[in-house]
Design a protein around this ligand. Structure first.
Ligand code: F6P
Length: 319
Protein backbone atom coordinates (compact mmCIF):
# COMPACT_ATOMS: atom_id res chain seq x y z
CA UNK A 1 0.00 0.00 0.00
CA UNK A 2 1.67 3.21 -1.22
CA UNK A 3 -1.11 5.59 -2.18
CA UNK A 4 -4.45 6.12 -0.52
CA UNK A 5 -7.27 8.62 -1.00
CA UNK A 6 -9.71 10.12 1.48
CA UNK A 7 -13.20 11.40 0.69
CA UNK A 8 -16.22 12.68 2.60
CA UNK A 9 -19.67 11.72 1.32
CA UNK A 10 -23.33 12.20 2.27
CA UNK A 11 -24.42 14.82 4.80
CA UNK A 12 -21.56 16.73 6.40
CA UNK A 13 -20.97 16.18 10.11
CA UNK A 14 -18.95 18.32 12.53
CA UNK A 15 -15.67 16.48 13.02
CA UNK A 16 -15.13 15.45 9.40
CA UNK A 17 -12.27 17.96 9.15
CA UNK A 18 -10.31 16.56 12.10
CA UNK A 19 -10.86 13.08 10.61
CA UNK A 20 -9.39 14.23 7.28
CA UNK A 21 -6.48 15.83 9.14
CA UNK A 22 -5.79 12.61 10.97
CA UNK A 23 -5.92 10.41 7.85
CA UNK A 24 -3.64 12.75 5.91
CA UNK A 25 -1.04 13.43 8.61
CA UNK A 26 -0.90 9.90 9.98
CA UNK A 27 -0.84 8.45 6.47
CA UNK A 28 2.01 10.73 5.38
CA UNK A 29 3.92 9.97 8.59
CA UNK A 30 3.55 6.28 7.76
CA UNK A 31 5.18 6.89 4.36
CA UNK A 32 1.99 6.93 2.29
CA UNK A 33 0.99 9.38 -0.40
CA UNK A 34 -2.48 10.65 0.46
CA UNK A 35 -4.95 12.18 -2.02
CA UNK A 36 -7.88 14.34 -0.99
CA UNK A 37 -10.89 13.69 -3.24
CA UNK A 38 -13.35 16.57 -3.64
CA UNK A 39 -17.15 16.23 -3.38
CA UNK A 40 -17.17 12.55 -2.44
CA UNK A 41 -17.81 9.91 -5.13
CA UNK A 42 -18.46 12.72 -7.58
CA UNK A 43 -14.79 13.69 -7.27
CA UNK A 44 -13.64 10.20 -8.20
CA UNK A 45 -16.05 10.11 -11.15
CA UNK A 46 -14.84 13.51 -12.37
CA UNK A 47 -11.17 13.17 -11.38
CA UNK A 48 -11.23 16.02 -8.86
CA UNK A 49 -8.48 15.10 -6.45
CA UNK A 50 -5.21 16.47 -5.19
CA UNK A 51 -2.14 15.11 -3.47
CA UNK A 52 -2.24 16.38 0.11
CA UNK A 53 0.58 17.06 2.57
CA UNK A 54 0.77 18.13 6.23
CA UNK A 55 0.06 21.74 5.30
CA UNK A 56 -3.04 20.85 3.27
CA UNK A 57 -4.87 20.10 6.51
CA UNK A 58 -3.50 22.93 8.68
CA UNK A 59 -5.98 25.11 10.56
CA UNK A 60 -9.02 22.88 10.01
CA UNK A 61 -9.24 20.95 13.28
CA UNK A 62 -11.80 23.36 14.75
CA UNK A 63 -13.91 23.90 11.63
CA UNK A 64 -17.31 22.33 10.98
CA UNK A 65 -18.25 20.95 7.56
CA UNK A 66 -15.59 19.38 5.36
CA UNK A 67 -12.78 21.03 3.39
CA UNK A 68 -13.16 18.22 0.85
CA UNK A 69 -16.82 19.17 0.35
CA UNK A 70 -19.44 16.45 0.07
CA UNK A 71 -22.32 15.33 -2.10
CA UNK A 72 -25.05 12.71 -2.26
CA UNK A 73 -24.00 11.41 -5.69
CA UNK A 74 -26.69 9.49 -7.59
CA UNK A 75 -24.35 9.09 -10.58
CA UNK A 76 -22.26 6.69 -8.55
CA UNK A 77 -25.14 4.19 -8.61
CA UNK A 78 -24.81 3.76 -12.39
CA UNK A 79 -22.36 1.35 -14.05
CA UNK A 80 -20.87 4.24 -15.98
CA UNK A 81 -20.33 6.30 -12.83
CA UNK A 82 -18.68 3.41 -11.03
CA UNK A 83 -16.42 2.64 -13.99
CA UNK A 84 -15.34 6.27 -14.25
CA UNK A 85 -14.57 6.35 -10.51
CA UNK A 86 -12.50 3.20 -10.95
CA UNK A 87 -10.60 4.71 -13.90
CA UNK A 88 -9.56 7.64 -11.66
CA UNK A 89 -8.39 5.25 -8.96
CA UNK A 90 -6.34 3.23 -11.48
CA UNK A 91 -4.93 6.30 -13.23
CA UNK A 92 -3.55 7.65 -9.96
CA UNK A 93 -2.41 4.23 -8.70
CA UNK A 94 -4.54 4.54 -5.58
CA UNK A 95 -4.33 1.35 -3.50
CA UNK A 96 -7.03 2.07 -0.91
CA UNK A 97 -9.82 4.47 0.04
CA UNK A 98 -10.87 5.98 3.35
CA UNK A 99 -14.55 6.90 3.10
CA UNK A 100 -15.83 9.27 5.78
CA UNK A 101 -19.61 9.34 6.02
CA UNK A 102 -22.75 7.45 6.96
CA UNK A 103 -24.92 4.57 5.76
CA UNK A 104 -25.14 5.64 2.11
CA UNK A 105 -21.37 6.15 1.99
CA UNK A 106 -20.67 2.63 3.24
CA UNK A 107 -23.24 1.08 0.92
CA UNK A 108 -21.42 2.74 -1.98
CA UNK A 109 -17.98 1.72 -0.66
CA UNK A 110 -19.18 -1.87 -0.35
CA UNK A 111 -20.29 -1.86 -4.01
CA UNK A 112 -16.99 -0.28 -5.09
CA UNK A 113 -14.86 -2.81 -3.25
CA UNK A 114 -16.86 -5.81 -4.43
CA UNK A 115 -16.81 -4.69 -8.05
CA UNK A 116 -13.19 -3.54 -8.39
CA UNK A 117 -11.40 -5.11 -5.44
CA UNK A 118 -10.12 -1.77 -4.15
CA UNK A 119 -9.74 -1.86 -0.34
CA UNK A 120 -12.15 0.55 1.34
CA UNK A 121 -12.34 1.51 5.01
CA UNK A 122 -15.16 3.65 6.41
CA UNK A 123 -15.11 6.17 9.22
CA UNK A 124 -18.53 6.65 10.83
CA UNK A 125 -19.42 10.34 10.66
CA UNK A 126 -23.08 11.36 10.86
CA UNK A 127 -25.08 13.52 13.22
CA UNK A 128 -27.82 10.85 13.24
CA UNK A 129 -25.70 8.27 15.09
CA UNK A 130 -27.50 5.57 13.15
CA UNK A 131 -24.62 3.28 12.10
CA UNK A 132 -25.29 -0.25 13.27
CA UNK A 133 -22.57 -1.62 15.57
CA UNK A 134 -21.08 1.81 16.23
CA UNK A 135 -21.80 3.42 19.61
CA UNK A 136 -21.05 7.02 18.73
CA UNK A 137 -20.48 8.57 15.34
CA UNK A 138 -18.34 11.62 14.66
CA UNK A 139 -20.56 14.72 14.84
CA UNK A 140 -23.43 13.35 16.91
CA UNK A 141 -22.14 14.84 20.17
CA UNK A 142 -21.72 18.24 18.50
CA UNK A 143 -25.20 18.13 16.97
CA UNK A 144 -26.74 17.29 20.35
CA UNK A 145 -24.98 20.21 22.02
CA UNK A 146 -25.94 22.60 19.21
CA UNK A 147 -29.60 21.55 19.43
CA UNK A 148 -29.43 21.78 23.21
CA UNK A 149 -28.23 25.41 23.09
CA UNK A 150 -31.06 26.27 20.69
CA UNK A 151 -33.67 24.62 22.91
CA UNK A 152 -32.29 26.36 26.00
CA UNK A 153 -32.81 29.66 24.16
CA UNK A 154 -36.34 28.74 23.10
CA UNK A 155 -37.15 27.84 26.69
CA UNK A 156 -36.53 31.46 27.72
CA UNK A 157 -39.44 32.52 25.52
CA UNK A 158 -41.55 29.50 26.47
CA UNK A 159 -41.20 30.44 30.14
CA UNK A 160 -41.47 34.20 29.76
CA UNK A 161 -44.48 34.16 27.47
CA UNK A 162 -46.00 31.01 28.94
CA UNK A 163 -46.22 29.18 25.66
CA UNK A 164 -46.08 25.63 24.42
CA UNK A 165 -43.29 24.87 21.95
CA UNK A 166 -42.81 21.88 19.68
CA UNK A 167 -39.19 21.71 18.47
CA UNK A 168 -38.27 19.44 15.56
CA UNK A 169 -34.76 18.04 15.40
CA UNK A 170 -32.97 16.05 12.71
CA UNK A 171 -32.09 12.36 12.79
CA UNK A 172 -33.70 10.84 9.72
CA UNK A 173 -35.36 7.59 10.96
CA UNK A 174 -33.60 7.73 14.31
CA UNK A 175 -34.79 9.34 17.56
CA UNK A 176 -31.26 9.56 18.93
CA UNK A 177 -30.79 13.35 18.78
CA UNK A 178 -34.35 13.98 19.96
CA UNK A 179 -34.03 11.72 22.98
CA UNK A 180 -30.68 13.13 24.08
CA UNK A 181 -31.64 16.79 23.75
CA UNK A 182 -35.06 16.24 25.30
CA UNK A 183 -33.61 14.77 28.48
CA UNK A 184 -30.70 17.20 28.67
CA UNK A 185 -32.91 20.26 28.20
CA UNK A 186 -35.58 19.15 30.65
CA UNK A 187 -38.31 18.96 28.02
CA UNK A 188 -41.72 17.77 29.13
CA UNK A 189 -42.14 15.26 26.33
CA UNK A 190 -40.38 13.67 23.38
CA UNK A 191 -41.76 12.13 20.20
CA UNK A 192 -39.48 9.59 18.51
CA UNK A 193 -39.97 6.98 15.77
CA UNK A 194 -38.99 4.17 18.15
CA UNK A 195 -42.04 4.70 20.39
CA UNK A 196 -45.76 5.08 19.76
CA UNK A 197 -46.97 8.48 20.87
CA UNK A 198 -50.39 9.43 22.19
CA UNK A 199 -50.90 13.11 21.44
CA UNK A 200 -54.33 13.11 23.09
CA UNK A 201 -52.79 11.97 26.38
CA UNK A 202 -50.17 14.71 26.16
CA UNK A 203 -52.88 17.31 25.47
CA UNK A 204 -54.79 15.99 28.46
CA UNK A 205 -51.65 16.48 30.61
CA UNK A 206 -51.16 19.97 29.21
CA UNK A 207 -54.75 20.95 30.07
CA UNK A 208 -54.47 19.47 33.57
CA UNK A 209 -51.12 21.17 34.09
CA UNK A 210 -52.62 24.41 32.89
CA UNK A 211 -55.34 24.18 35.53
CA UNK A 212 -52.61 23.77 38.18
CA UNK A 213 -50.72 26.79 36.82
CA UNK A 214 -48.15 25.01 34.65
CA UNK A 215 -48.44 26.84 31.39
CA UNK A 216 -45.24 26.44 29.37
CA UNK A 217 -44.35 23.10 27.79
CA UNK A 218 -41.47 22.04 25.61
CA UNK A 219 -41.88 19.00 23.37
CA UNK A 220 -39.08 17.69 21.16
CA UNK A 221 -40.03 15.75 18.03
CA UNK A 222 -37.65 13.73 15.88
CA UNK A 223 -38.12 14.47 12.18
CA UNK A 224 -38.72 10.77 11.54
CA UNK A 225 -41.70 10.78 13.93
CA UNK A 226 -43.64 13.76 12.60
CA UNK A 227 -43.51 17.42 11.71
CA UNK A 228 -43.42 20.10 14.42
CA UNK A 229 -45.77 22.40 12.49
CA UNK A 230 -48.47 19.76 12.18
CA UNK A 231 -48.13 18.61 15.81
CA UNK A 232 -48.25 22.20 17.12
CA UNK A 233 -51.42 22.79 15.10
CA UNK A 234 -53.06 19.69 16.58
CA UNK A 235 -52.09 20.71 20.13
CA UNK A 236 -53.59 24.17 19.62
CA UNK A 237 -56.80 22.57 18.32
CA UNK A 238 -57.05 20.07 21.18
CA UNK A 239 -56.07 22.41 24.04
CA UNK A 240 -56.97 25.87 22.66
CA UNK A 241 -53.58 26.98 24.02
CA UNK A 242 -51.10 28.90 21.91
CA UNK A 243 -48.50 26.48 20.58
CA UNK A 244 -45.49 27.39 18.42
CA UNK A 245 -43.40 25.18 16.17
CA UNK A 246 -39.65 25.49 15.60
CA UNK A 247 -37.77 23.39 13.06
CA UNK A 248 -34.07 23.49 13.96
CA UNK A 249 -32.97 22.05 10.61
CA UNK A 250 -29.43 22.40 9.33
CA UNK A 251 -28.30 24.56 12.23
CA UNK A 252 -27.65 21.20 13.94
CA UNK A 253 -25.26 20.01 11.25
CA UNK A 254 -22.94 22.99 11.28
CA UNK A 255 -20.64 24.57 13.80
CA UNK A 256 -17.39 23.82 15.51
CA UNK A 257 -16.96 20.20 16.55
CA UNK A 258 -16.93 19.59 20.29
CA UNK A 259 -13.78 18.22 21.93
CA UNK A 260 -15.46 14.81 21.98
CA UNK A 261 -16.22 14.84 18.23
CA UNK A 262 -12.70 16.06 17.42
CA UNK A 263 -10.87 13.49 19.52
CA UNK A 264 -13.05 10.67 18.19
CA UNK A 265 -12.32 11.85 14.63
CA UNK A 266 -8.57 11.97 15.23
CA UNK A 267 -8.54 8.47 16.74
CA UNK A 268 -10.65 7.00 13.93
CA UNK A 269 -8.52 8.64 11.21
CA UNK A 270 -5.49 6.81 12.53
CA UNK A 271 -7.44 3.56 12.90
CA UNK A 272 -8.67 3.71 9.30
CA UNK A 273 -5.14 4.14 7.92
CA UNK A 274 -3.90 1.28 10.10
CA UNK A 275 -6.68 -0.95 8.76
CA UNK A 276 -5.60 -0.29 5.16
CA UNK A 277 -1.93 -0.85 6.06
CA UNK A 278 -2.89 -4.15 7.68
CA UNK A 279 -4.64 -5.35 4.53
CA UNK A 280 -8.19 -4.93 5.85
CA UNK A 281 -11.16 -3.82 3.77
CA UNK A 282 -14.95 -3.43 3.85
CA UNK A 283 -15.01 -2.31 7.46
CA UNK A 284 -16.21 0.76 9.34
CA UNK A 285 -13.98 1.86 12.20
CA UNK A 286 -15.69 3.31 15.26
CA UNK A 287 -16.08 3.21 19.01
CA UNK A 288 -18.56 1.09 20.88
CA UNK A 289 -18.81 1.06 24.68
CA UNK A 290 -15.45 2.81 24.92
CA UNK A 291 -13.64 0.27 22.73
CA UNK A 292 -12.40 0.46 19.15
CA UNK A 293 -14.46 -1.69 16.80
CA UNK A 294 -14.30 -2.67 13.13
CA UNK A 295 -17.75 -3.43 11.73
CA UNK A 296 -18.33 -5.05 8.31
CA UNK A 297 -19.99 -2.68 5.83
CA UNK A 298 -22.86 -5.14 5.42
CA UNK A 299 -23.54 -5.07 9.17
CA UNK A 300 -23.01 -1.31 9.57
CA UNK A 301 -25.69 -0.48 6.99
CA UNK A 302 -28.38 -2.56 8.71
CA UNK A 303 -30.97 -0.68 10.75
CA UNK A 304 -29.54 0.22 14.15
CA UNK A 305 -31.79 -0.64 17.07
CA UNK A 306 -31.66 2.25 19.48
CA UNK A 307 -31.93 1.34 23.14
CA UNK A 308 -34.35 4.08 24.16
CA UNK A 309 -36.08 2.65 27.23
CA UNK A 310 -33.91 4.14 29.98
CA UNK A 311 -33.93 7.77 28.84
CA UNK A 312 -37.48 7.64 27.45
CA UNK A 313 -38.90 6.42 30.75
CA UNK A 314 -36.79 8.89 32.71
CA UNK A 315 -38.29 11.82 30.76
CA UNK A 316 -41.77 10.51 31.61
CA UNK A 317 -41.12 10.24 35.34
CA UNK A 318 -39.41 13.62 35.56
CA UNK A 319 -42.25 15.60 33.97
O1 F6P B 1 -28.07 12.35 7.74
C1 F6P B 1 -27.89 13.62 8.25
C2 F6P B 1 -29.11 14.47 7.99
O2 F6P B 1 -28.86 15.76 8.51
C3 F6P B 1 -30.43 13.93 8.52
O3 F6P B 1 -30.59 14.12 9.90
C4 F6P B 1 -31.42 14.65 7.67
O4 F6P B 1 -32.62 13.93 7.56
C5 F6P B 1 -30.73 14.74 6.34
O5 F6P B 1 -29.34 14.60 6.60
C6 F6P B 1 -30.96 16.02 5.60
O6 F6P B 1 -30.28 15.94 4.40
P1 F6P B 1 -30.12 17.14 3.38
O7 F6P B 1 -29.15 18.11 3.98
O8 F6P B 1 -29.60 16.50 2.15
O9 F6P B 1 -31.47 17.76 3.24
Amino acid sequence: MKRIAVLTTGGDAPGMNPAIRSVVRYGVNKGLEVFGVFRGWWGLINEELKLFNHRSVSGIIHEGGTILKTTRCSEFYTDEGQDRAYQTVKKHSIDGLVVIGGNGSFRAADIFHNKYNIPCIGIAASIDNDINGIGTTIGSDTAINTALCAIDNIRDTATSMERIFVVEVMGRESGFIALKVAIASGCEDVIIPERKFNLEATCHNIINGNLRGKISWMIVVAEGAGGAVDIAKQITEMTTLETRAVVLGHIQRGGRPTAFSRILALILGQAAVDCLLNGKTDKVVGMNAGKMVEVDFKVAIQKKQLDVDGLYNLIKVLT
